[in-house]
Design a protein around this ligand. Structure first.
Ligand SMILES: [Zn+2]
Length: 152
């Protein structure tokens, strides 16, 4: 899927050049709900901006810049950090990876889940943006029609 540069957060995420992205889940609705809670005072900004130090570090080291400012403090410099999960990853599961690393990984794995998290280094706002599965493997094959069996 070819996606051109855009100022929206969603389009920034899809710039990742992975060809087999599947099972995409977008968390924009939950994000809007969280921001509305802060706006209406149901939740304090301090409660919403609770990024763990490890998350801030991962965002700094592996994150890519978001084109959108922070929805809480309005500052630029928001990072999008990608975490990978999957049985075949072994001890690497749960680690952050750069966009380039995930693009290269796409060719080499069967099925790895990628979680994209928005992190603001200035105020510690963080929220899950999107998750999807990359890889060449099993999930796609099982979804294809089983022609050999159908003929019998
Ligand atoms: Zn912020």
């Amino acid at each position: 899927m070819e996606v051109g540069p855009s100022r929206t957060v969603g389009a920034a995420i899809t710039l990742i050049g992975v060809r087999t992205r599947r099972d995409v889940i977008n968390y924009a609705l939950q994000r809007r709900a969280r921001l509305a809670q802060v706006r209406t005072g149901l939740m304090t900004a301090a409660e919403a901006c609770d990024a763990h130090p490890h998350l801030l570090l991962a965002a700094q080291n592996y994150g890519s810049p978001s084109p959108a400012p922070c929805p809480i403090c309005r500052r630029e410099g928001v990072r999008i950090v990608r975490f990978i999960y999957g049985d075949e990853l072994g001890q690497s599961a749960g680690q952050a990876r750069s966009a380039g690393e995930i693009e290269r990984m796409d060719e080499a794995v069967d099925a790895v889940s990628v979680y994209l998290v928005e992190v603001c280094p200035a105020c510690s706002w963080n929220h899950l943006l999107e998750s999807f599965v990359i890889g060449q493997g099993a999930a796609q094959q099982s979804a294809a029609p089983r022609r050999s069996r159908a003929r019998r």
